[in-house]
Structures are given as C-alpha cells and as structure tokens.
Design a protein around this ligand. Structure first.
Ligand SMILES: NC(=O)c1ccc[n+]([C@@H]2O[C@H](COP(=O)([O-])OP(=O)(O)OC[C@H]3O[C@@H](n4cnc5c(N)ncnc54)[C@H](O)[C@@H]3O)[C@@H](O)[C@H]2O)c1
Ligand SMILES: [Zn+2]
Length: 368
C-alpha cells in the first residue's frame, strides 16, 4: 500500500484532515470509526461511481455498525441543480436524518458540490465527508468548502461556504476514471505549479510520462502536493477575498470557453488547459511575463494531452462571457497573471487590451 501522510486544512475550529492513501477504500471502516460516525449515513453518489464503489462502501458502513442510505444521482453537470438538492433533502427527511447524521460525498465535483450544499442547509447544517473519485475532485473541489449548484443564468450561482469534516482520498479510484476526465484533471494540477511552486512544475515536467501511465506513487504525490497548495491558499483566505483568487488562474478564459460551448463541447479541465496557456500569453502581451514562461506552460499542457488552442469564436463573445463570471468586480475583469513559473499577480484587464491581444494572437496563428 502506498502511504502518503495526510494534509491539514487549518481553519481554527473548522480545521480538517485530508487523508491520501492508495488502498484507503479497503480500510474506510477504520476511518468511519475514527471519526465517530454513528447511526444513519447518507451516501450521495452518481450512477457511474455507484457501479464501481458503492457496494464496498455500503458493506463497510454496515460492518462498522452504521445504517447506510445510498442516494444515487444521474451523472454529470446537468444534475447540479436545486431540484437535485431538494431530492437529497427529501431522502434525508424521509429517513429522519438528525443533526449528528453524516453525509458522504462519493464521486466527482458534481456530487461533492451537491452533497456539500445539501449538508449545509439540512437542519441548518449536518456534517459531511468528501470521498472524491475524480482527479478534479481529489486535487480541487473536495478541498476548501465551496458548495453549490448551477442556475439557468449562471454556473455555481447558488451555494454556500461549508467545510467538510474530512476528505478521504484513495488515488486508486482514479484507475476507473475515463481517460478524458483524467487528462482534464491534469490541468488543475499544472495550475498549482504555475501559481505557487516552481519545483512542483519541474517535477510535473519530469514525471509527465509516468503520469500518463498513472504510476501510483507519482499520482499519490501529485494529489498530495496539489492538496497542500490548495489547503495553504484556503487557510489564508477561506472566503475568496483576495489570496484565494489566485486559484482562478486559467479560469477566466477557461470558464468563458466552457460557457460558450454550452458546457457540452469542453469539460471543465479541458477549458482550463486552454485558459492556462492563453492567459499566460495575455500576460506576456502585457509585459508581465516572458515568452519562455508561455512556452513552458504550453509544452506541459500539450504533454498532458490537453489542447491550448482557442475554439472558433469572437473576442466579443469571450469578453461578454468573462463579464458574466463571478471574478468580475465593478464591471472589471480581474485577471491572475503569471510573473514567472511559481508566482502570479492580480491585475484588472480592460476590453481594449483584450481586443488588441486577441487580434495579435489570431494574426500570429494565421502566419504560422
Ligand atoms: N467546489 C469547488 O471548489 C470546485 C472546484 C472545481 C470544480 N468544481 C465543480 O466540480 C464539477 C466538475 O467535477 P468533475 O470534473 O469531478 O466532474 P463530475 O463530477 O461530473 O465527474 C466526471 C465524470 O466521471 C465520473 N466518475 C467520477 N469518478 C469516477 C471514477 N472513479 N470512475 C469512473 N467514473 C467516475 C462521473 O460519474 C462523471 O460522469 C463542476 O461542477 C465544477 O463546478 C467545484
Ligand atoms: Zn477548476
């Protein structure tokens, strides 16, 4: 068993541990007892994940003297709605869940965001534990306490900050993940190197071939380092007033592209991969970083199996989509820009600069 020590998210009275261990699923009973779970435990998951892991968790919970109540949702972003939350709440109410009953969020970011939000409002808040099974969820969405659902007028428009009691990560669960979802998650991992850790970026450059083979040691170590960086940023700024915004690097353009594709043509990480490169290029255009920085990012993104190319669209459409995002403050797009690998700064972006960059980058593309 590959064992990696756990990471702590330090938030005074709401601090929690992220346990990362290949094979953790085999010993979840021990974790359930360690955390004092009792009585009913709601296991929120989706159909894909249920097929692989629900039976193990249900049996483990029963062996630990618990009463598991599976809540199986339809997979995918389209489930991330208030109606689904209502469904979860109905099940909890029907089974007479109490204040001390726990929810387990077993799945990707969709399940984690839904279960976390339901936990935050059922009886004004019951404890929940994240058991993430996608790379995006293991390195990003399960840590930090952002929960919520989409609204017809915007993604993640409704939600709450509500920290889990613990995060239990078994990197071996990634072995059943579809290849496209695995590669998409690598965009978030690369992001951590760019925003906070030069040597982690260099490690990813060296280990990309091993990562493509999903070497368990390398996978466990990138999940751990990503969680450490996210935990550090969240501990410094839980509610995204300032420092936490650095996590949005690659997401300004990324979210806009996701929205323009109707959340169908690109999965989140694919859009972020393009965003990482294009936002670096935009930083270079503004004189914030060198061309070498852009090329290093482009190269790693491509080696991960991700595209760096903007889909066919217009600058006006992208700008409008960027203005719809939550990263906008007083009508201004606040960008996160790499100054070098391992360091970013924040600065507003004007439409005029964006348009000039877009025209220049299209011209460069046509001439190559
Ligand atoms: N709360 C946060 O801080 C935060 C951060 C990043 C992303 N998010 C949210 O996360 C969501 C994206 O999460 P995601 O990329 O994990 O997508 P997802 O939850 O839709 O999972 C992707 C697909 O993989 C399947 N799957 C999950 N684990 C599997 C496994 N081990 N084996 C086989 N199939 C598996 C799922 O059923 C689904 O079809 C978005 O809604 C995004 O807004 C939230
Ligand atoms: Zn993301």
């Amino acid at each position: 068993m590959t064992s990696v020590p756990s990471v702590t998210v330090s938030l005074v009275d709401r601090s929690y541990e992220i346990s990362i261990r290949a094979g953790l699923f085999e010993r979840l009973g021990r974790e359930m007892n360690r955390y004092g779970l009792k009585g009913k435990v709601g296991i929120v998951t989706d159909r894909h994940v249920a097929r692989h892991y629900l039976k193990t968790i249900v049996e483990t919970a029963k062996r630990s003297g618990l009463e598991p109540v599976p809540i199986i949702l339809a997979p995918g972003e389209r489930s991330k709605t208030l109606q689904t939350v209502e469904h979860i709440l109905n099940v909890l109410a029907r089974h007479r869940f109490e204040r001390s009953s726990h929810l387990l969020a077993l799945g990707g970011g969709v399940v984690g965001d839904l279960a976390g939000f339901a936990a935050s409002i059922y009886q004004r808040g019951i404890p929940y534990i994240q058991v993430p099974t996608t790379l995006v969820a293991q390195v990003d969405s399960s840590v930090g306490g952002k929960t919520g659902v989409d609204h017809r007028l915007g993604k993640n428009l409704i939600g709450s900050f509500y920290q889990p009691r613990a995060v239990w990560i078994d990197p071996l669960t990634l072995q059943t993940l579809p290849a496209r979802e695995w590669v998409a998650g690598l965009a978030e991992v690369i992001k951590y190197g760019i925003i906070a850790d030069t040597s982690f970026f260099a490690y990813l450059q060296r280990k990309m071939p091993a990562l493509q083979q999903q070497s368990p040691q390398v996978v466990a170590s990138i999940v751990k380092r990503s969680c450490e960086i996210k935990a550090e940023v969240v501990a410094a700024d839980e509610r995204e007033s300032d420092r936490r915004r650095i996590l949005n690097y690659g997401h300004t353009i990324g979210h806009a592209l996701e929205a323009l594709g109707g959340y169908k043509s690109l999965v989140h990480g694919e859009a972020v991969g393009i965003g990482l490169v294009q936002e670096a290029d935009l930083a270079c255009f503004q004189g914030i970083c060198t061309h070498e920085v852009v090329e290093a990012i482009r190269c790693l993104v491509n080696e991960a199996g991700l595209s760096d190319r903007m889909p066919a669209t217009t600058p006006t459409k992208i700008w409008k989509a960027m203005l719809h995002d939550k990263k906008v403050s007083a009508g201004q797009v606040i960008g996160v820009w790499p100054t070098r690998i391992g360091e970013v700064c924040m600065a507003p972006l004007s439409k005029e600069v964006f348009d000039r960059w877009y025209a220049a980058s299209r011209a460069a593309l046509i001439s190559t």
